[in-house]
Write a protein that binds this ligand. Structure first.
Ligand code: NAI
Length: 329
């Protein structure tokens, strides 16, 4: 029995993400929680003839508790999205409290679940979840993931447009965090190898870092990426299920994680990024979550500069999340 729970299931990301999870045959129960409309979304999805039983919960009648109890995996796309002109950090004021309260529920009702955090600003919401779990003494760094898959998906798509190849065959490691300059695509490590010109690298890097803004602008006040994010979130959730339920070895996905998750390598991993506790690296998944965090590999001088800009901003974002919990709980 594999229960997956979506917190924020009625939203722009939540609905298509829940649809894609309903199609995942590893899931036997899909619990949808939101402050509005979740019973309706659940009723709709429940008519699809795939194995998962779908249930919908609102906050009343212990809805959060029912949605979370026995969850194997919890995905969090709850919170407000950006409007034109906003940075992800501008969302902190509202989303930090939402994520803190949901994390408190997870600590109480699903302390062993894999937690996938989509709500922005991811650079800060992941430390918020970690601090809440620590306070409740249920913190396991191997099970907490900031979902940066959309940056990786965009990197494949945008690079393939230049190369002229099938985007599914193009892989670019994207490290750092999930906002503006903290998104660091390692185009020198693109696979299959491709010799981009300096100008192409600069343009591509900027497009990958600010790809989210293209969508925010085009939606003109109606929100940010939802459909591509749902696909990216479902891909990441599927990788977690494949590793932890089916026992598939060698799955590697980039994700923004607490570096303590890999005890053997964490000192080296932290040193490479100025002592940060959190960073998005290529993460190898295993039956218990994070099996190994892969290092940066060889980076070009241009990428080194990008990392140097990312690190101070990430440090601030992390500290902001940590101090939010310690000043509020
Ligand atoms: P949305 O506004 O369409 O949906 C958010 C949903 O969260 C709504 O249904 C709302 O009722 C629900 N919600 C609000 N407070 C809640 C609470 N306390 N408990 C449960 N549900 C609650 O927003 P959208 O477009 O789905 O975006 C959600 C989040 O995902 C935003 O923070 C956005 O910035 C982030 N995002 C992250 C990406 C990533 O790459 N990690 C990419 C795109 C968006």
């Amino acid at each position: 029995m594999v229960k997956a729970t979506v917190l924020g299931a009625s939203g722009g990301i939540g609905q298509p993400l829940s649809l894609l999870l309903k199609l995942n045959e590893s899931i036997t129960e899909l619990a949808l929680y939101d402050i509005v409309n979740s019973p309706g979304v659940a009723a709709d999805l429940s008519h699809i003839n795939t194995p998962a039983r779908v249930t919908g919960y609102l906050p009343a009648d212990d809805g959060l508790k029912c949605a979370l109890t026995n969850a194997h995996l919890v995905v969090i796309p709850a919170g407000v999205p950006r409007k034109p002109g906003m940075t992800r950090d501008d969302l902190f004021k509202i989303n930090a409290g939402i994520v803190r309260d949901l994390a408190t529920g997870i600590a109480q009702y699903a302390p062993n679940a894999y937690i996938l955090i989509i709500s922005n600003p991811v650079n800060s919401t992941v430390p918020i979840v970690v601090e809440v779990l620590k306070k409740h003494c249920v913190f396991n760094p191997k099970k907490i993931f900031g979902v940066t898959t959309l940056d990786v998906v965009r990197a494949s798509t945008f690079s393939s447009e230049i190369i002229g190849s099938d985007p599914r065959d193009v892989r670019v490691p994207v490290v750092g965090g999930h906002s503006g300059v903290t998104i660091v695509p390692l185009l020198s490590q693109i696979s299959p190898q491709k010799g981009f010109s300096e100008e192409q690298i600069e343009k591509l890097t900027h497009r990958i870092q600010y790809g989210g803004d293209e969508v925010v602008k085009a939606k003109d006040g109606a929100g940010s990426a939802t459909l591509s994010m749902a696909q990216a979130g479902a891909r990441f959730a599927t990788s977690i299920l494949d590793a932890t339920v089916k026992g598939k070895p060698g799955i590697i996905e980039p994700s923004y994680v607490c570096l303590d998750a890999d005890k053997e390598h964490c000192a080296h991993l932290k040193d490479a990024v100025g002592g940060l506790e959190y960073f998005s690296y290529n993460v190898e998944l295993g039956p218990d979550g994070i099996h190994k965090i892969h290092g940066l590999g060889e980076v070009s001088p241009y990428e080194r500069k990008l990392l140097e800009s990312a690190i101070p901003e990430l440090k601030q974002n992390i500290e902001k999340g940590v101090s939010f919990i310690h000043s509020k709980l």
